[in-house]
Design a protein around this ligand. Sequence first.
Ligand code: WT7
Length: 679
Amino acid sequence: MADQERLEVSEAEVAVHWQEEDYYYPPVEFIAQANMTDAGIYERFSLENFPECFKEYADLLDWYQYWHTTLDTSDAPCWKWFVGGKINACYNCVDRHLPRYRNKAALIFVPEPEEEPHVAITYQELYVRVNEVAALLRDFVGLKTGDRVTIHMPMVPELPIMMLACARLGVIHSVVFAGFSGQACGERIADSGSHILVTMDGYYRNGQLLDHKVKADEALKAAQELGQTVDKVLVWRRHRGQYASQAPMVEGRDYFMDDLLANYGGQRVEPVKMPAEAPLFLMYTSGTTGKPKAAQHSTGGYLSYVAGTSKYVQDIHPEDVYWCMADIGWITGHSYIVYGPLAIAATSVLYEGVPTYPDAGRPWRIAERLNVNIFHTAPTAIRMLRKVGPEEPKKYNYQFKHMTTVGEPIEPEVWKWYYEVVGKGKAVIVDTWWQTETGGFLCSTMPALHPMKPGSTGPGVPGIHPVIYDEEGNEIPAGSGKAGNICIRNPWPGAFQTIWGDRDRYVATYYAKYCKNKESKDWRDWPYLTGDAAMQAADGYYRILGRIDDVINVAGHRLGTKELESACLLVPEVAEASVVPRVDELRGRVPDVYISLKPGYAPSQEIKDAVVKSIEDTIGKIARPKNVYIVPDMPKTRSGKIMRRVLAALSNNQQDVGDVTTLVNPEVVEEIRQMVQGS
Ligand code: WT7
């Protein structure tokens, strides 16, 4: 049980519990145009109709060859969907839309500098550019079906173009969030076995053109140390022909994409007919152990699931202008900026920079100018925009019909601002709960079918059947309002297939806890453990309380406390480190770091700074801790275990730190309290 062992303190334990809220109802104008107004969908997707019900989603796509087996469970719990089917994801997101939507915008790129014009890329243009890049990847780089490519790129159109070009060839892409450090990128290169890194010279963030290519050299060094050699580095340039990085180009290894592409003008590449269960991409995420793990997502199942949920939960129509403000470097961007929306011929907006640049009115100006009518973002962004510009949305003449939140629990108070001010009281909101591993939504209200309830996600989406278990594996009665570990009873097509290269960790982390018969080939014996605590109210809506493992959700991004602790230990003076979640007004949770020093060292600001720097270098700035406390000693049990629960209680201003009688050094708790909470 590698990933579940260190359960001493978890996000769920510091969760803020709020009151049950009243319902808000979807406006009739929304219902009148919605893609899904038939409550019968829940009947069609009931467990009696499982797994055949998911044909309804798969039929949203074009298949070269239909599947013979909807769900193959012979290698449980590695589920195979639509076996025998042949499909290409790029064809489904691009080529097949040409007859009807050739001249419609597929992507609209909004650069961060406001004076730089936005760029609309039509489906025809996307088709041309994806083909040229695919030709280059095949003929110059020599990539073949099944190879892995690491893409460390910011929010620019070249990123989805790159992903789609890979998908066209059946090459497995692994996109690493641009904010991750070179070191973190290198570890992912090595784990995925990529010989190719795709990067960019620089990009705009908060008014600055950041040097991004420097990270490529760090990444290659880190990968090399782990035994992985990268042969080629493909470098896009933010401004064609102008190089924005200080890092030298390495002869025979680094190539400018704009230069290379000059040789591929007008080239076309036949999409490769892929088996439905071939991997489409890898997406790294954090777990309990220090080593990041890659969720391996399939082609046919994944694409069916994100197409279905984009159509019915996001309610996207080809006529809409849809803007998901997430980053493509995370699963939200893969599923709900790129693959889902493009599979259903949407117009998807891509914004390069930060929402508050140059001021808190920026998102609403973008919405007004592009006539965005569906808006998708995370509670962190909503809290931030509310804090710095609570009245800003009122100044702009836009109107959303539909809005989404994702990634963390949203406080009812923040939800109400989103509804009343951002949505101007006329937009539907869905609070979608899901994970990197799940490919698409697990719980949400259906926008035209259910009332909204601030602070709660909703019931399982069609075809998802959640259940809450207690620690012993007893089902907590449905609708009882009691907290427990939320699991999903059944497989679904969007679910990841395994952890790349580590099936044992996959089984141990996600299935072992509640599986009663490890030999079973029946999916009913393998509930999927999400790693979240939740409760279900009498109306069937779930409320997610947070992670039950050593993962902290910071501003909607998942960080493993163990990864942060390992980074602290790289500082020579540090003897022990412990990282706990602290509730934060803006970012949901932030990491608080506690360290003790090796004998002979005195606490100093330099050591604290070195700890922060080490975290930034090994993971990235997103993991920057809120506080670093140098404690005389860690609170420990007699067996030498650090009581992180006590530290978490102190970080979260709790007076009661729980039972400390089992500690060898209970006196240290009071000392730490003084340090953290003052007198
Ligand atoms: C974890 C997954 C889902 C894509 C972005 C994050 C938390 C996610 C919600 C929500 C409350 C949520 C859970 C989950 N989470 N959505 N609507 N309400 N909590 O993906 O990085 O894999 O993180 O985010 O704790 O397990 P991720």
